[in-house]
Ligand binder design. Structure first.
Ligand code: ZN
Length: 180
């Protein structure tokens, strides 16, 4: 297990769609070590999630872990979740949600992103078992942020660019953001 360096915006590794992991390969040592490294790296960086391309691995694996946090009390906690080859289906019946986002790969910058308010996620977990779960509200934003990383998309691509700001800017609201 290890904390790995996080790629920053401008690195082409963040812009390539990642490759699927064959389900029979999930149990192999290389994949399991990668997952452990993702957990260590996310926790060390105090992120709400991280995706394999952010540590330079071309694999469709992302993880999320959201603790209750006074900075974003509206965000429901999500226990440590590992998603391999995740697919998202947008629930068009839900109203969209807008949230300040940040990214471990875009340090210091926050911006407001509007996203679909509910998604159905299908993936495999680290034991090779199928997972299906619906996320709504701000949780849906975190999940979409992570899956975007697997498709080479960063939150700045989706942000209202006029809201982009350095998070140490005086004025409060910028602090109410997750980064992942
Ligand atoms: Zn990110």
């Amino acid at each position: 297990m290890a904390v790995r360096p996080i790629l920053r915006m401008g690195n082409p590794g963040l812009r390539r769609p990642a490759s699927p992991v064959p389900v029979e390969a999930i149990s192999c040592r290389e994949v399991q070590i990668l997952i452990d490294d993702l957990v260590d790296t996310m926790r060390a960086a105090r992120g709400a999630g991280i995706a394999a391309p952010q540590i330079g691995c071309d694999k469709r694996i992302c993880i999320v872990e959201v603790d209750r946090n006074p900075r974003y009390p509206e965000l429901e906690p999500i226990g440590l979740s590992v998603w391999i080859n995740p697919e998202l289906e947008v629930r068009h019946d839900a109203a969209s949600v807008s949230m300040l986002e940040g990214c471990l790969s875009v340090p210091g910058i926050r911006g407001r992103v509007e996203r679909p308010g509910a998604v159905l996620l299908r993936a495999w977990d680290r034991d090779g078992q199928p997972v299906e779960a619906t996320f709504s509200g701000l949780s849906a934003c975190v999940v979409q942020h992570e899956v975007d990383h697997l498709n080479g998309i960063l939150f700045v691509d989706r942000a209202d660019t006029r809201t982009l700001a350095f998070h140490d800017r005086p004025g409060g609201e910028q602090d109410k953001a997750f980064h992942a």
